[in-house]
Ligand binder design. Structure first.
Ligand code: FRU
Length: 480
């Protein structure tokens, strides 16, 4: 898989579609694969939902539950699900080769079967419809209409459209800030989300999330965002760093290397948006040492917007369904530890699937952290560490196991994070080939793929150059 596509919730089931090549392990003729789940964690693979044809690839997009049948494609008794996706045409006399245009497929049976809308494509770009893709649709209550965002990927711009029937779309505006853009950079998978700042309904903001490739903060592809206002026509970011600023001056959804094409679930009925991403990087996606598959999704998260260090910041925490799973699984609590210079504490429990939470309190150490997926001989580990002097949080996979399958597999990821009062909380979700870090209750997220040798199932805490006090040590592992 690559991008997650069109996730939605309906009648107790979460649906997830994804960019999928039914004929191979790497990117090829793109179709929408399909999976379903009741908890966002255990997924059942369904049959391919929307198939490519020799003349048309099905690229990324979103699904909207048209509960009031405003499109007229269903009925009031059977409201339709509408999948907006990009069609890429080749060898089709009706379209110049490599035309990218937005199309619609719909389902009247809860997402199991999809049929193409007879007037496809519903949106093209004049005079030349190229690199025009990734429709995302959100309801705009103030205007009683839907807003669609798409990109012209190589122009690094987002286009806004509106519709009241989901079939006819009229152009509103372009968003092309002078901010962080680079020659050759693609903008993909635009996502517009309303969120109130600090939970204050009188302070509504809109967040524009864009996947960028390459030149992301951790190298290769990654996800950045802008917080601003949307007035029904135009999105205006609240603030932009001066032109030519370092990428670290911009806001990034994830500071690890393996988060891309992040998308929101439709129709969840919850205030907090639920997101899921592709845990991968276009720099090395086709070279991953996995079989018989390539590509996986991130943990789903719940999104919030909070003021952090004076800046509106997206916070992300694993979904309530994840927390429920961990509680059911059981959580072991350990006594607080004061670790002296270069001391480590090895957890008496381990595993290649672990949930680890701990709070670090600054003593006189220079650096402290957690090592996960350690091999018994100590040679392999993925290391998360905080430098109390610089305020840099590092996720280091340079000794994590297999790293040589691509020269572009970046090894060390660093992000700045303040630790007010010298206190920093870390939540690490370790899985067989991934480490997902949520720091300071989701203020900073770092996601990295790792490929450790079998048996690398130890974890420990460490303190370097002085003392660090560790509290709230909680570990959860699935029963064996
Ligand atoms: C993002 C992307 C999208 C496109 C899809 C094709 O990863 O390049 O822009 O729709 O993947 O598979």
């Amino acid at each position: 898989m690559n991008d997650p596509n069109g996730p939605f919730f309906l009648d107790g089931t979460y649906h997830l579609f994804y960019q999928y090549n039914p004929a191979g392990m790497v990117w090829g003729p793109m179709s929408w694969g399909h999976a379903t789940s009741t908890d966002l964690l255990h997924w059942h693979e369904e049959s391919v939902a929307i198939r490519s044809t020799p003349n048309e690839d099905i690229f990324s997009g979103t699904v909207v539950y048209d509960s009031q049948n405003r499109s007229g494609l269903g009925s009031n008794a059977t409201p339709p699900l509408l999948a907006f996706h990009t069609s890429v045409f080749h060898g089709d006399p009706a379209h110049p080769d490599d035309t990218q245009a937005q199309s619609l497929s719909y389902s009247l049976d809860g997402g199991a079967h999809w049929q193409a809308y007879e007037h496809n494509p519903i949106l093209t770009l004049e005079p030349e419809s190229r690199q025009f893709r990734d429709p995302s649709v959100v309801w705009y209550p103030q205007g009683q209409c839907w807003i669609m965002t798409t990109v012209v990927a190589d122009a690094q711009l987002v286009k806004f459209y509106r519709s009241t029937d989901l079939l006819h779309w009229s152009f509103l505006s372009d968003f092309q800030p002078s901010g962080y853009r680079k020659p050759g950079m693609l903008w993909e998978m635009p996502l517009l989300i309303p969120l109130s700042l600090d939970g204050n309904p009188h302070d509504p903001r809109w967040v524009m999330i864009v996947s960028v490739n390459p030149w992301s903060i951790a190298g290769g592809s990654g996800v950045q965002y802008f917080v601003g206002r949307f007035d029904g026509t135009r999105f205006t970011p609240d603030a932009l760093p001066p032109d030519g600023s370092d990428p670290s001056a911009y806001a990034w959804l994830d500071h690890g290397a393996d988060q891309y094409a992040t998308i929101r679930f439709d129709n969840t009925g919850t205030e907090a948006p639920l997101l899921i991403g592709w845990m991968n990087n276009w720099d090395y996606a086709s070279a991953l040492p996995t079989a018989p598959w390539r590509g996986q999704a991130t943990l789903p998260v719940q999104l919030d917007l909070k003021t952090v260090d004076g800046r509106p910041t997206l916070t992300q925490t694993p979904t309530p369904t994840y927390e429920a799973l961990i509680r059911r699984q059981g959580i072991a609590a350990f006594a607080d530890r004061d670790l002296g210079p270069n001391q480590t504490w090895r957890a008496p429990m381990g595993g290649d699937v672990l949930d680890v939470r701990v709070t670090l309190h600054r003593g006189d150490a220079t650096r402290a952290g957690i090592a996960v997926r350690q091999s018994p001989d100590g040679r392999t580990a993925t290391v998360i560490s905080y430098d109390f002097t610089s305020g840099n949080l590092t996720l280091d996979r340079s000794r994590s196991g297999e790293v040589g399958f691509s020269p572009r597999f970046s090894l060390v990821h660093i992000a700045h994070l303040s630790a007010p009062g010298g206190v920093l909380s870390l939540h690490v979700v370790v899985d067989r080939n991934s480490v997902e870090l949520f720091a300071n209750r989701g203020t900073l997220r770092m996601t990295d793929l790792v490929f450790p040798p079998a048996g690398s199932d130890r974890m420990s805490l460490f303190s370097n150059g002085g003392h660090t006090y560790f509290t709230g040590i909680r570990i959860s592992a699935p029963a064996r």
